[in-house]
Design a protein around this ligand. Structure first.
Ligand SMILES: Cc1cc2nc3c(=O)[nH]c(=O)nc-3n(C[C@H](O)[C@H](O)[C@H](O)COP(=O)(O)O)c2cc1C
Length: 286
């Protein structure tokens, strides 16, 4: 059978091949700045909850150094009952998706964030299913990366917020969407990364789909290290039912779709002792 025929049945390989760059066929893409999609998503009618500054406090123990943090990171699938604090959540959000510096574009001032992203186009949005976080009601939130009032005034660097999209206990729904992985219901919070496809397609066309996963991976990796730095643990999750997860967070799957999840919480005693919890680890479909 010819290689072309086989590719029809191999969408993964076909994707990789069809998004290949080579010197002969690569067309120069000159982005049209007038049609550049907005880099920020707002839920303008959602209640906005400002988050504390992620900076370490003077009286705080700054935890392990960077190399120790890397050495200590291990997937945690068993979480204790103690809630996350709002400050811990703020740091997790900032370290994975927050604003860190500004730059100038032909359209004006814009902002760099904590992780690298192809073309500074920031296609990844962060949603958080909050199960147990002090000072936050359980529910679905969207991360507003910068400026409570950035539509009216320039962004104040370091300011960031959550938008409450739906209040309620979503532990069963998020576990079900993650292919019945019960650890999602036991985590303090579950981060869901989506891509807004048009943001990168504007410049990179089909090649964008490679970059979405790379961008989300960078963000999840930094989140996992920010968790260890605060004595927390994470489990990355790519096994999920796409439609169920997209429905849960309210995206259509066509213009914006879910890519990846990270469950985060305080490791249980068993997890700290290096034991796994068999009730949470049934994951044959990973
Ligand atoms: C892309 C990706 C998807 C994953 N999906 C799941 C998952 O659905 N459920 C799960 O329990 N662990 C999942 N994991 C965690 C891996 O099982 C884990 O990283 C691996 O066993 C190595 O262990 P370590 O993270 O402790 O180094 C995933 C990890 C990655 C990078």
């Amino acid at each position: 059978m010819a290689e072309e025929d086989k590719l029809e049945d191999r969408p993964g390989r076909a994707f990789q091949q069809k998004t290949t760059y080579d010197r002969e066929s690569l067309e120069e893409i000159i982005p049209d700045w007038r049609s550049k999609p907005a880099l920020y998503k707002f839920y303008s009618h959602a209640p906005v909850i400002g988050l504390p500054s992620p900076a370490w406090r003077d009286d705080e123990d700054h935890g392990p150094d960077f190399l120790q943090i890397v050495g200590k990171r291990r997937t945690v699938r068993s979480f204790g009952a103690t809630p996350l604090t709002l400050l811990e959540l703020s740091r997790l959000l900032w370290a994975s998706a927050g604003v860190t510096a500004s730059f100038i574009t032909p359209q004006g001032q814009d902002f760099y964030r904590a992780t690298p992203t192809a073309g500074a186009l920031y296609p990844i949005e962060t949603y958080v299913v909050v199960n147990k976080v002090e000072g936050l009601e359980p529910g679905l939130y969207h991360y507003r990366v910068a400026g409570l009032d950035m539509l009216e005034r320039p962004i104040v660097e370091g300011s960031h917020a959550l938008e409450l999209l739906e209040a309620g206990d979503l532990r069963d729904e998020i576990s079900a969407a993650a292919m019945d992985q019960g650890l999602c219901g036991k985590a303090g919070a579950v981060f869901v990364y989506t891509a807004v496809y048009a943001r990168s397609e504007w410049k990179y066309r089909e090649r964008s789909y490679r970059y979405f996963y790379l961008d989300a991976g960078h963000m999840a990796a930094q989140l996992s290290l920010a968790a260890v730095a605060q004595g927390l643990g994470t489990c990355q999750i790519a096994a999920f039912y796409d439609d169920e997860l997209n429905d849960l967070i309210g995206v259509d799957g066509k213009t914006e779709g879910s890519l990846y999840l990270t469950a985060v919480g305080r490791p249980s005693r068993a997890a700290l002792a290096g034991e796994s919890d068999p009730r949470n680890t049934a994951r044959p479909k990973e």
